[in-house]
Design a protein around this ligand. Structure first.
Ligand code: ATP
Length: 217
């Protein structure tokens, strides 16, 4: 234990179209390394930055639920599915604050690719008023960031996970995670070509995909 301050809650948003081990293994490393109380997986209803997913939001949520069911500390959160319109993370964090109060540290967990695109997110500067940002770093992933992001980082950078507990929001931490070169795009392509994505995602998720004949082109 790092002390008596409340343990932060990790927030992992995504399309999860479908969820895979490239999400799950880093999320577990975050749970343990940052000593989080939990990691909340929050599938988006309508992604703000990409094409409409091939399967329904409810099916993506089910895939998440089945994949995390046996992992203590992993929680599926359906709040974005219950909200109309595009799924903006700033609204999601505000709604978590309404539920959880202002004191508990929240850690918005982002892949390095998502972090790089942050300046295009709706009201992105406000994200750090609501949560810390933890970037899952990979080699070379942070070279030549846009100047506006460099400036954003410089004001907020911390190097010690303990600092995540000292205030509820406002810091940025870069955290190394095991590199798994897996993407949902790759899994969808395999399925569309009648090939197997086995071992790239949990068996429980794959069984559901096969049962419902999802992602067949
Ligand atoms: P797609 O291939 O459809 O773009 P994806 O596999 O990147 O999807 P998302 O649901 O878009 O999955 O990702 C949710 C979050 O997980 C994002 O912050 C993303 O950067 C991160 N992420 C996705 N894949 C990995 C991976 N292999 N390693 C680390 N982080 C990842």
């Amino acid at each position: 234990m790092i002390g008596l301050a409340p343990r932060p809650i990790g927030i992992l948003g995504g399309t999860f179209d479908p969820i895979h081990y490239g999400h799950l293994r880093p999320a577990l490393e975050m749970l343990e390394t940052l000593q989080l109380a939990e990691v909340r997986f929050i599938p988006c209803r309508i992604p703000a930055h990409r094409a409409t997913p091939l399967i329904t939001a409810e099916q993506r949520l089910t895939l998440v639920q089945r994949s995390i069911a046996d992992q203590p500390g992993f929680v599926a959160d359906d709040r974005e599915l219950r909200r109309d319109g595009p799924s903006y993370m700033v609204d999601t964090l505000a709604s978590l604050r309404d539920d959880l109060g202002d004191d508990i540290p929240l850690c918005l967990i982002l892949g390095a690719d998502a972090f790089r695109g942050l300046p295009s997110w709706h009201r992105w500067q406000q994200l750090s008023e609501l949560a810390h940002i933890v970037v899952m770093q990979r080699p070379g992933s942070l070279s030549s960031l846009p100047p506006v992001l460099e400036e954003f980082i410089a004001l907020r950078l911390i190097e010690d996970v303990v600092a995540l507990r000292q205030k509820p929001a406002g810091s940025i931490l870069f955290q190394w995670v095991t590199q798994l070169h897996i993407s949902a795009t790759q899994i969808r392509a395999l399925l569309a070509h009648g090939q197997s994505p086995r071992y790239l995602l949990p068996e429980a998720a794959l069984a559901y995909i096969h049962d419902r004949a999802l992602y067949r082109s």
